[in-house]
Design a protein around this ligand. Structure first.
Ligand code: MG
Length: 248
């Protein structure tokens, strides 16, 4: 069932989303060669808890940390522990925070120092694919309109779209209906209505779209070892158009 939120609920959810993205940027401010992923995760956890929220990911299906931090060929669900960042890495940080009854969910990919032109282009196109999808997130469109716009943007630039992991509804639960794939056919899928809140989250690979999961049961990497980037916002569908809730 797709849950619609009224304006009061959306206003509250905006607060949880602001805390989420604030915590993400607090963590990202530490990115530098020599820093461990665990240090970044700790800053994110402390920021969320200091403001009275709870990290959504901590303990979710047994996940041991407060954020997912995915470096270079790691697509998503990287566990932030002892890994040390190096100059030239690309660092995807995915954060969820639960506050006042709602979850926010967002992700960004950052450079660590100077990165290759190809890595820069991957980050830029991943972000652009989100915004192309976002432009279709209006009442009476369908989920497939978002999906197709994301896919077309990424593939037209020679990149590929991850299939096994997708966006989702978000609200009182971290993952709600509907599914929001980053690939698909315009005009297909559930219809969009004002009051829906979606996590739109392109995961874009520089090489093959195929992925595999490491033996830790979480970390997902590209099958060919090529770079992967992630860009996600929690978005509300409104009669005035799409509204990004995870924005400072
Ligand atoms: Mg998500």
């Amino acid at each position: 069932m797709i849950k619609l939120k009224n304006n009061a609920q959306l206003a509250t959810m905006q607060e949880s989303c602001k805390l989420t993205v604030y915590a993400l940027y607090e963590g990202a401010s530490l990115i530098a060669p020599g820093v461990t992923l665990g240090e970044i995760d700790l800053r994110i956890r402390q920021t969320i808890e200091k403001h009275g929220g709870k990290p959504s990911f901590l303990g979710y299906a047994g996940f041991p940390k407060s954020s997912c931090i995915s470096v270079n060929d790691v697509v998503i669900h990287g566990i932030p522990e002892q890994q040390v960042l190096r100059e030239g890495d690309i660092v995807s940080i995915d954060v969820g925070a639960y506050y006042k009854g709602f979850h926010g969910d967002c992700a960004r990919t950052f450079p660590c120092g100077v990165i290759s032109p190809e890595a820069e282009r991957l980050i830029r196109v991943t972000e652009a694919s989100f915004f192309q999808g976002l432009s279709k997130a209006v009442p009476q469109n369908r989920v497939g309109d978002i999906s197709a716009a994301v896919q077309m943007t990424a593939e037209s630039q020679g990149f590929s779209v991850v299939r096994e992991y997708i966006g989702h509804g978000v609200g009182e639960n971290l993952h709600e209906a509907p599914d929001v794939p980053n690939f698909g056919v315009a005009g297909r899928g559930p219809r969009l209505y004002a009051g829906m809140t979606l996590a739109i989250e392109p995961m874009i690979n520089a090489g093959t779209h195929e992925t595999r999961q490491l033996s830790d049961g979480w970390t997902v990497v590209t099958l060919d070892g090529a770079l992967s980037a992630h860009y996600e916002n929690t978005v509300a569908i409104t009669s005035d158009g799409p509204k990004i809730l995870t924005e400072l």
